[in-house]
Design a protein around this ligand. Structure first.
Ligand code: FES
Length: 433
């Protein structure tokens, strides 16, 4: 057996492997409650989305040195992201080819190989077998060579590592489409053109379906209600960005991606670093580096700030924070959260870390509010009536912009409708992305 024969998730039969009539459950302006609660639908999503399309896994800065590794996930799959001695990135499944034990125990480290604790089979950090003890039991040395399972396609965009269990299909760049530009916007805020994921990850468990989280990320309708406490405590103007008078927009970026584009408001206000709640005078080192690097263009970059984008199905970038959504069951999801760090910007990084802890840390006010809503939503959709959830907000005032993308108001459900259109396509047509 070779590595290529290593076990992978089962193939997808399309459409409707479980006989689920998605075309009837997803209407243009409504979605059925069973989509959030039915274990059969969750199993079908694993096959047709999580084990098929491109999923965000990690960032190259988390395995900066040769032989670094870090444990990640694709849905319930335990994935080890490694960098081999030559610098290549691999995504390996954490399962011994002998009797299925977990091979990698530590959350992260540096090693060229992994030794299974059960019977000592050992694998390189590229997945190939190194060897096994007591070789006579197998008829002598090198009688066979089993390897760790691999995520067959691995691709990197601006340091963001994605994996796809589909052997073939759209490229990562095709999957990202218009969302790639939002990642570019984030990276552009670094004075050295690179971000680093070095602040550590927090894990928040929510007794809720993963789609409630994904939908909420660019729901501009909820902030002024759910987050009013943090906005008032922090004397933040963010709430006003998501009001009826806001010039910000919600945009469906295609392929299920969406954004809250807050730039119109930040440009109207016109304060560099205003998006971050500060001024250039309070961030002199960072501002000087950015102005030196970008010249006249720095003004607009510093006014525009970072993206607020949900990249289907699991990566959410909220200006200074990154979230990775991990579905574990129809009613259980883990949200992994970290502060973005800009290479070469220690003053900015300190403040980003502080803000991240205050908003999404264990005692933070922002994500606790959201998680309360996720769990209340999950409890609510389990009720029998009414059967449908409504996603019509702003449909009457949407328009198509010069890029051919659908745009709604700051509080409209344009992003959700884009999410569901792509979801329906994946679940009924079995497309890879
Ligand atoms: Fe890993 Fe036996 S299960 S060596």
């Amino acid at each position: 057996m070779t590595l290529a024969d290593a076990p992978l998730p089962p193939p997808v039969d399309a459409p409707g492997r479980a006989g689920i009539p998605y075309q009837d459950l997803i209407r243009p302006l409504q979605v059925h409650g069973s989509l959030y609660t039915d274990p059969a639908i969750f199993a079908d999503e694993l096959a047709k989305i999580w084990y098929r399309t491109w999923v965000y896994v990690g960032h190259v800065s988390e395995i900066a040195e040769p032989n670094d590794y870090v444990r990640k996930n694709i849905g319930p799959q335990d994935v080890v992201m490694t960098r081999d001695a030559a610098g290549e990135v691999h995504l390996l499944l954490n399962r011994c080819a002998h009797r299925g034990n977990l091979v990698c125990e530590a959350d992260s480290g540096n090693s060229s190989s992994f030794r299974c604790p059960y019977h000592g089979w050992t694998y390189r950090n590229t997945g190939e077998m190194v060897g096994y003890p007591l070789v006579q039991g197998y008829g002598g040395k090198k009688q066979f060579s089993l390897g760790l399972g691999r995520v067959p396609r691995v691709a990197v965009y601006q340091g963001f590592v994605f994996g796809s269990f589909a052997e073939e299909g759209p490229t990562l760049r095709e999957h990202l489409g218009e969302a790639a530009g939002e990642i570019d916007r984030l990276v552009r805020l670094s004075p050295e053109g690179e971000i680093e994921i070095s602040a550590g990850w927090l894990k928040h468990r929510a007794r809720a379906n993963w789609k409630l989280l994904a939908e909420n990320e660019t729901d501009g309708y909820h902030p002024q209600f759910v987050h009013s406490s943090i906005f008032s405590v922090a004397q933040s103007g963010i709430g006003a960005l998501y009001g009826d008078k806001s010039t910000a927009v919600t945009r469906a970026l295609g392929n299920g991606h969406s954004e809250n584009d807050l730039r119109p408001e930040f440009r109207r206000i016109g304060t560099p670093l205003g998006w971050f709640g500060t001024t250039e005078a309070r961030m002199p080192d960072y501002s000087a580096k950015m102005r030196s690097l970008h010249g006249d263009a720095a003004e607009e970059i510093l006014i525009d700030g970072g993206p607020h984008v949900m990249i289907f199905p699991n990566l959410f970038i909220a200006e200074i924070q990154m979230f990775a959504i991990q579905p574990l069951a129809a009613n259980l999801t883990v949200q992994h959260v970290t502060a973005v760090q800009f290479k070469g910007a220690p003053d900015m990084n300190r403040r980003m870390l502080q803000q991240c802890v205050g908003s999404v840390g264990p005692a933070g006010l922002l994500l606790a509010d959201d998680t309360e809503m996720y769990e209340r939503n999950q409890a609510g959709v389990a009720e029998l009536r009414p059967e449908w959830l409504d996603v019509r907000r702003g449909a009457h005032r949407e328009y198509v912009d010069e890029r051919g993308l659908t745009v709604g108001g700051a509080t409209d459900e344009t992003g959700m409708r884009g999410f569901w259109a792509h979801y329906k396509q994946l679940m009924t047509e079995g497309r890879a992305s």
